[in-house]
Design a binder for this molecule. Structure first.
Ligand code: SAH
Length: 374
């Protein structure tokens, strides 16, 4: 894009924010638009690179830390290109300080959550891609409130930038480096495809063009929007794909994951296979285990068979003990039932493990904190 065309296509960065439209941010703009926006703010184009270095490399939007920018007008300049998109409502820690959940308020009052988790070998952030979710899965707290709106690219990148800074600054105790991202917070990432993809590119681009997190350490989790999975396949990225299957049979899946009306188990697994073949990466299958609903031995056998046929060694099942949501009668399966389920899936030659549950006592199940605040 030429600079002139970029200027014309520029969002009105100085306009007052409207509901549903966050103020434009460096992370929402491409190269040419960034330069144009910097010039519109009265600075030479090369300062776009300086800002990017501070933002992606220094993980900051604090003007006073950017001493390579001229002091006069620095605050206004930085505010124009790196506006505050998310303000912290509250953070709660648990798991002896290894898990920290933050509730953020966007410019229009929208509430979103992200969860930072320390493991022995990594630090993982669970990010939101939408405020609310339109997929209406009955066991998920976010699904109950419906979709409020898509998050902007910058609102997604900001969650990661803020978490990377928090990890570096010791929010989880010892300072550490944010290494992994999972799109398992609020929302269906593939229903906000373009913005999520742009965010993934900025999360994975090396410094100073991005946050420098390895694509292989980024997981995009989906209910199984087949056309969007196919699109993602064609991007040929190295990100991990997780598919929330939750049951191997269409009859129950029509209820547990209502979008199954459109794309059946078989089609979803075919799309997953194509992803695995194209990227060379194992696909994760998410299975929230719910007592007396989807935890029967025959379902474990069927799941194992189906996955062996469709994906063979290119799959790994994550069993997630259901995190009960307020007002629901559903609960996690008893541990012996869970163990038998895992045993049967493995007996089909399919890798299967139980996800450790983090943040139970801080209502970290998808969407619970935002639901409580509302
Ligand atoms: N919409 C995407 C990503 C968000 S949820 C998806 O569905 O994949 C991330 C994972 O948490 C999904 O597998 C989802 O089904 C699961 N999940 C949601 N609510 C849960 C709950 N109460 N207990 C256990 N897992 C849950």
């Amino acid at each position: 894009m030429t600079a002139e065309a970029a200027r014309k296509s520029l969002p009105l960065i100085f306009a007052a924010p409207r509901r549903g439209k966050p103020p434009a941010h460096l992370a929402d703009l491409d190269e040419a638009q960034r330069k144009a926006a910097v010039q519109q703010a009265g600075q030479p184009a090369f300062r776009a690179d300086q800002l990017a270095r501070h933002y992606y490399g220094g993980l900051t939007r604090i003007a006073d830390e950017m001493t390579d920018l001229p002091a006069a007008g620095r605050g206004e300049f930085v505010d124009a290109l790196l506006p505050e998109l998310l303000t912290e409502v509250r953070s709660i820690s648990c798991d002896a300080g290894d898990t920290r959940k933050t509730l953020w308020r966007a410019h229009d009052g929208t509430l979103i959550e992200s969860v930072l988790m320390r493991y022995p070998d990594r630090i993982t952030l669970c990010v939101s891609s939408q405020a609310g979710c339109g997929m209406a899965c009955p066991f998920c707290a976010t699904g109950q409130g419906g979709l409020q709106r898509n998050l902007s690219t910058a609102e997604i990148v900001e969650q990661v930038r803020l978490a990377a800074a928090a990890a570096r600054d010791g929010a989880l105790g010892e300072p550490g480096r944010l290494s992994n991202i999972v799109f398992m917070g609020m929302g269906e990432p593939l229903a906000n495809y373009n913005r999520v993809l742009s965010a993934v590119k900025q999360i994975t681009a090396p410094n100073p063009h991005g946050l420098g997190i390895s694509a292989r350490s980024v997981t995009v989790s989906t209910v199984g929007l087949v056309p969007a999975i196919n699109r993602l396949t064609d991007e040929k990225l190295q990100v991990r794909l997780a598919v929330s299957l939750h049951t191997p049979d269409d009859e129950l899946r029509d209820t547990l994951v209502p979008v199954n009306d459109k794309w059946k188990v078989d089609e979803v697994l075919q799309a997953a296979r194509r992803y695995a073949d194209t990227t060379g990466r194992r696909v994760s299958i998410e299975y929230a285990l719910i007592r007396d609903i989807n935890d029967q031995p025959w379902r474990a056998d069927l799941l194992g068979q189906l996955l062996r046929e469709h994906l063979g060694s290119l799959v790994h099942v994550n069993v997630i003990p259901l995190n009960p949501t307020p007002g629901s009668e559903w609960d996690a399966s008893p541990k012996p039932v869970e163990a038998e389920f895992v045993r049967r899936v493995r007996a089909q030659g399919v890798a299967c493990t139980v996800r450790d549950t983090r943040g139970q006592e801080i209502a970290a199940a998808c969407g619970q904190l935002a639901a409580a605040e509302r």
